[in-house]
Write a protein that binds this ligand. Structure first.
Ligand SMILES: Cc1ncc(COP(=O)(O)O)c(C=O)c1O
Length: 278
């Protein structure tokens, strides 16, 4: 059974006046719950705190969120924990209350198929989405509740054989997957899109960059075109739940699951990202 706490109390609903519901005025974190603990919790908290700072409301205390996660996930060693923090309730209209009372929504959900390693083990199939991702440097990097770009992009396909879709910014540069960050290998360098104008600065993206640097793999955040993607030697996507999914196909084009990807998978496994099956 999925369990949700709203401001610490078991509940299945929030007030209709909540600004997260009205305007997407809030943030969220989706965290892998492994061995009775939230994986990479500090980095999820860093992004959440940075988001609250930029949106201009108080971030709930880390220890409050942690104890609510533990209460929601009680009795489950593994699964997914979600934290939603909104600016709280307010009167109609965009103007934010002067003294907002941020609302915490913390929930535990069982692992779903999307989080299973099976999908990524032999490499996934990817597509390009038509829906562009909106550019706004003020929100870039954050995991805000405003996710309509991704909702529309994900509604472009129903084929269960396609695991992810890549999204491009208004300038045509590739930014991310609908629910993931993207990396490619070119000339043995690991490249990932620069996220200064749009995209979510993923926790697993950070883990991968740090791990690659520890392994002596040169990494860079750059502008990437569709052509860069299609001509990559290796390609993979990441998020906090899936870990790393190598890409085997995009349309008719086949990608090799090469040594950089397999080396990174092994190193991630050693860091507890056990979804990386190779
Ligand atoms: C749009 C988008 N980009 C990137 C990510 C990856 O972020 P993380 O690694 O923190 O899960 C997600 C995760 O859901 C996402 O929805």
């Amino acid at each position: 059974m999925d369990i949700w706490l709203v401001d610490g109390n078991p509940a299945g609903a929030v007030p209709v006046t909540d600004r997260g519901l009205s305007y997407g005025d809030g943030l969220f974190e989706t965290i892998a719950w492994r061995d009775n603990r939230p994986r990479f919790f500090d980095w999820h908290m860093e992004r959440l705190a940075e988001g609250c700072r930029r949106l201009g409301f108080r971030c709930p205390a880390e220890k409050t969120l942690l104890s609510e996660m533990e209460a929601a996930a009680a009795g489950h060693a593994d699964g997914t924990v979600k934290i939603i923090v909104t600016r709280g309730s307010g009167p109609r209209g965009y103007a934010a209350p002067r003294a907002p009372q941020p609302r915490r929504i913390v929930g535990y959900v069982r692992n779903t198929d999307a989080a299973s390693s099976a999908t990524g083990a032999g490499g996934i199939t990817l597509r390009f989405c038509r829906t562009p991702i909106s550019a706004n440097p003020v929100l870039a990097g954050l995991k805000t509740l405003s996710r309509l770009d991704q909702v529309l992009a994900r509604s472009e396909w129903q084929d269960p054989g396609i695991a992810e879709g890549l999204m491009q910014g208004p300038d045509g540069k590739v930014v991310c997957g609908t629910m993931s960050n993207v990396f490619l290998v070119k000339d043995r360098r690991l490249l990932t899109p620069d996220l200064t104008v749009c995209g979510v600065r993923g926790v697993m993206r950070r883990v991968v960059i740090e791990t690659a640097q520890q392994l002596g793999i040169e990494t860079a955040e750059v502008q990437l075109s569709r052509h860069d993607i299609m001509s990559a030697a290796e390609l993979f996507v990441t998020n906090a739940l899936i870990g790393l999914w190598p890409v085997a196909h995009c349309g008719r084009h086949a990608f090799e699951i090469g040594t950089v990807t397999t080396t990174l998978c092994r190193a991630l496994q050693a860091r507890g990202v056990t979804e990386c099956a190779r």
